[in-house]
Design a protein around this ligand. Structure first.
Ligand code: KIV
Length: 276
């Protein structure tokens, strides 16, 4: 019993939720990226990325949709299986797509599919206080949960575009409160998207669990970006928080290594990638 895990752990222990918690306590930045297939997953893994997300951003960067709304559970399972085959070291999180967690029962059923069929070690859902009951239900069944707050791309048609969240003081307080309540409900990680630096700082100081930011400033516990954005594959306008790491590097692997190093050294994000 436990033989395989112990063998893998001897020379190069894979990242687990305990590793991520320890990194928060020690103040070591957590470097995270998205991946959607085995080859890029292997590149990202070899560069010592700590956490890999099979994001529903695949709907935009792989499938060519304008939003993440059309992505299905089947899509996430398909891509998760491929990514899982490319990883040896990183912790793999898979996104719950739009409308796949409208009730505790549906959320549990789809989380189990992402873990059993997709190989995910944790699921991520976009949520606020409205998702507390769902997070509690998943946590009660030992499903590891990442709660995504701030800008929630699945709500793009409801909020009227991809905009910075939490600029007004009452909105900031609501975001900090929502993140704390999601943690108390059982969320193991909070992902914070597109908020002013002070919101990133406030949420990170308030929570015991790791806080991963995308456009949330330098004071969060870790950073995540969409892989195709840092490799400059994305055509057209990219968000302010994106930095092109392919520039000055002659291979995707060198670009990803530069990203991981910049996160670890706190060189990324710089002021030009942040919101006030
Ligand atoms: O789907 C995704 O890639 C995400 C990131 C933007 C964090 O949720």
């Amino acid at each position: 019993m436990y033989t395989q895990l112990e063998q893998r752990g001897m020379s190069d222990p894979p990242v687990n939720i305990g590793t991520l918690r320890r990194m928060k306590q020690d103040g070591e930045p957590i470097a995270c990226l998205t991946a959607y297939d085995a080859s890029y997953a292997a590149v990202v893994d070899a560069a010592r990325t700590d956490l890999v997300l099979v994001g529903d951003s695949l709907g935009m960067v792989v499938q060519g949709h304008d939003t993440t709304v059309p992505v299905t559970v089947e899509d996430i399972i398909y891509h998760s299986r491929a990514v899982a085959r490319g990883l040896r070291h990183a912790f793999m999180v898979a996104d719950m797509p739009f409308m796949s967690y409208t009730s505790p029962e549906q959320a549990l059923e789809n989380s189990v599919r992402l873990m059993q069929e997709g190989g995910a070690m944790m699921i991520k859902l976009e949520g606020g206080v409205g998702q507390i009951e769902i997070v509690e239900h998943l946590a009660r069944h030992d499903i590891p949960v990442c709660a995504h707050v701030g800008l929630k791309p699945q709500s793009v048609h409801k909020i009227g575009g991809f905009r910075v969240q939490g600029r007004e003081p009452d909105e900031q307080a609501r975001l900090v409160n929502a993140a704390a309540r999601l943690q108390d409900a059982g969320a193991d990680i909070v992902l914070l998207e597109c908020v002013p630096n002070e919101v990133g700082k406030a949420v990170t100081e308030e929570l015991d669990v790791p806080v991963i930011g995308i456009g949330a400033g330098p004071d969060v516990d870790g950073q995540i970006l969409v892989l195709y954005d840092i490799l400059d594959i994305t055509m057209g306008r990219t968000p302010r928080f994106v930095r092109n790491f392919q520039e000055g590097h002659d291979s995707p692997r060198a670009a990803v290594e530069a990203y991981v190093l910049a996160v670890k050294n706190r060189e990324y994000p710089a002021p030009e990638h942040c919101f006030s």
